[in-house]
Write a protein that binds this ligand. Structure first.
Ligand code: XMP
Length: 173
């Protein structure tokens, strides 16, 4: 029996709420740069940017590749392997978009990396936050939903590259 944690309808609502929060915080600001962490951010970032389009907020979208998980466990090391042509980081606000906050090492490392590259204000947004796993002092600025400490797949999240295509989030049995 599949254990679906968040249905497609629930994800739609979560994403719409996050877009509302972000739009309220950045109304009237310089173009907002959404910086997605590949590969897991893809469906989330696509839906979030579409939801944000309702608010007429000037947006730029770019990607960074970060990898910390091997199978179902964090390796404890974060590899930032590719930075695409990120627009001028010092100019606007950057919101880093990730699928899930687990130990927090990935976001911590990415935020430090962006600061080293000269980024100004950097905020972080995750679809999911695992309960009680954080190993770092930072908290994401925007959190879609808090989930129990279980390995989940779907909506961009994978187990060895499988299940990313699912339109819902389920627990990997
Ligand atoms: P940290 O521990 O750095 O982890 O906050 C963030 C990254 O680890 C991956 N991750 C998962 N991937 N199901 C997945 O498919 C999970 O339950 C899970 N927990 C962590 C993910 O790539 C995330 O960006």
């Amino acid at each position: 029996m599949e254990r679906i944690l968040l249905s497609q309808e629930q994800l739609d609502e979560i994403v719409a709420d996050l877009a509302g929060e972000i739009a309220a915080d950045f109304a009237g600001a310089a173009p907002l740069q959404l910086l997605g962490l590949l590969k897991g951010c893809q469906p989330f970032l696509a839906d979030l940017s579409r939801a944000l389009s309702r608010y007429s907020l000037p947006l730029a979208v770019d990607y960074l590749k970060a990898r910390s998980y091997v199978g179902t466990a964090s390796s404890g090391r974060v590899e930032i392997t590719a930075l695409t042509a990120v627009a001028d980081l010092a100019l606007g606000d950057v919101v880093v978009i990730d699928d899930i906050f687990d130990t927090g090492l990935t976001l911590k490392q990415v935020v430090s990396h962006l600061k080293e590259q000269g980024a100004g204000r950097v905020k972080t947004c995750v679809l999911l936050r695992k309960e009680g796993c954080s190993r770092v002092a930072i908290e994401p600025d925007y959190v879609g939903a808090v989930i129990p400490n279980e390995f989940v797949v779907g909506y961009g999240l994978d187990y060895n590259e499988q299940y990313r295509e699912l339109p819902f989030i389920k627990v990997l049995e």
